[in-house]
Design a protein around this ligand. Structure first.
Ligand code: C5P
Length: 409
């Protein structure tokens, strides 16, 4: 019953997977949620409102301009009622409408009018999913912190094979239940001050060029959002990313490792927990050219010097906050991560295997192995927002353990 007291507005759009909507409602209700369903015009062709009314125990909403429905529960009231807006299945048309902010039917209007967390389970033909327009809409919606569940890959109703199937109702219900199962309900980090680094750094070579890496910042931003939901006051020191600041996070932006180091050091005294997710460049150019470097010679030699290790410097402070590092490795993940935990004197390290292209750097998914001096926890492959919640749960538990241990010394 992990969704007890959660109010879920389920938007159903017109794809063949809409026939699974009654089952999805049942799975959400089984987790304790109250569910109200909104159907688009085309969804009415695929699923019966009566069936959805029967399984949800609530009237089904459909029309935007229906005086009797508005009198019972108006669209703004409905938007305010919801804790969660879940759209499943979401067609390519639905994603386009959300991305462009249309408000000419009930579901798109509710999306604009609600402050609820939004989850979307896309379902469409694999070519429509791969189409540049759909991918561009997806990109826009992800920037707005919409959480995507799937699509899954496999055989499609039209006979094609590929990515575009709606994730099964049980998996949608489980992913949402997991997202609300821990810290944010229990406020595990209530009033704790958490400082997080995220994203890549850029090390200037000259006025137009720099050295950097492929970090997207997604993991750090997801951890910032999870910490806020767990009751923490969060400061996010971010290198250059395309991500929007999560709600209630205080974001400070920087470019180089030296800038990030300075920003962290000027804010660390106020923090209880420090989480370093940034992919900080290990080296920078010894001399940054003030003029654009010209291609005069066949060979160009750059001399690089080591950047400060922000994480190590924070862990060495007296007193140091509870310090969590990340280790992105391509082999011997656990051995290298354990070495890093010890050599940098960290309280916890989160290791991930970046040799698997489907998790890690630019992906929406990840899998982590958490290690601390006398314990470990494996967090299997999941969307980054879900993993972030689990990581925050583990950090809160180890933080409490460390402080209670000190309290009884
Ligand atoms: O030593 P390595 O770079 O593999 O360690 C990774 C961890 O250290 C990550 O948590 C990263 O954010 C942090 N780090 C840092 N400053 C650096 C290099 C890494 O904070 N200059």
């Amino acid at each position: 019953m992990q969704l007890k007291n959660k109010k879920i507005l389920l938007g159903v759009t017109g794809g063949i997977a809409a026939y699974k909507a009654p089952d999805l409602v049942r799975k959400l209700v089984a987790q304790g949620a109250s569910v109200r369903v909104v159907l688009t015009d085309s969804a009415l062709e695929f699923v019966s409102p009566l069936a959805l009314q029967a399984v949800s125990g609530n009237p089904v909403h459909h029309a935007l301009l229906d005086p009797s429905a508005e009198a019972a529960m108006g669209h703004i009231e409905l938007a305010k009622w919801a804790d969660i807006l879940l759209i499943a299945p979401a067609t390519a048309n639905c994603l386009a409408r959300l991305a462009h902010g249309l408000a000419d039917d009930l579901l798109s209007t509710l999306y604009l009018a609600t402050t609820a967390d939004v989850f979307v389970a896309p379902a469409m033909n694999q070519q429509m999913w791969a189409a540049p327009a759909t991918q561009a809409n997806l990109h826009v919606l992800k920037q707005r912190h919409i959480q995507f569940l799937g699509p899954a890959a496999g055989e499609q109703a039209c006979g094609d094979v590929g990515a575009g199937r709606m994730v099964e109702p049980i998996d949608i219900a489980t992913a949402i239940a997991n997202a609300y199962s821990h810290p944010q309900d229990q406020q595990l980090l209530l009033n704790k001050r958490v400082l997080i680094t995220a994203g890549p750094t850029r090390e200037a070579l000259d006025p137009v060029r720099y050295l950097s890496n492929h970090s997207s910042g997604k993991m750090g931003y997801a951890i910032a959002a999870a910490a806020v939901k767990a009751g923490a006051k969060v400061t996010l020191v971010s290198g250059p990313t395309n991500l929007e600041t999560p709600p209630d996070v205080h974001r400070l932006t920087c470019s180089s490792a030296a800038d990030m180091h300075a920003l962290v050091m000027s804010h660390v005294a106020d923090c209880d927990i420090f989480v370093a997710t940034a992919a900080v460049a290990d080296y920078r150019a010894e001399h940054e050219s003030s003029e654009k470097i010209k291609k005069t010679d066949d060979k160009l030699t750059l001399t690089l010097v080591k950047n400060p290790d922000i994480l190590k410097d924070v862990a060495a402070l007296e007193p140091a906050p509870f310090t969590v590092g990340f280790a992105a490795e391509t082999q011997n993940v656990e051995a290298y991560a354990t070495k890093k935990l010890q050599s940098k004197k960290l309280d916890m390290i989160a290791a991930n295997d970046v040799s698997d292209a489907d998790i890690g750097f630019n992906s929406d998914n990840n899998a982590l192995l958490l290690l601390w001096s006398d314990g470990r926890e494996s967090l299997p492959r999941a969307p980054k927002f879900e993993l972030a919640n689990q990581l925050i749960g583990a950090v809160a538990r180890q933080y409490d353990k460390k402080h209670n241990a000190h309290g009884t010394d």
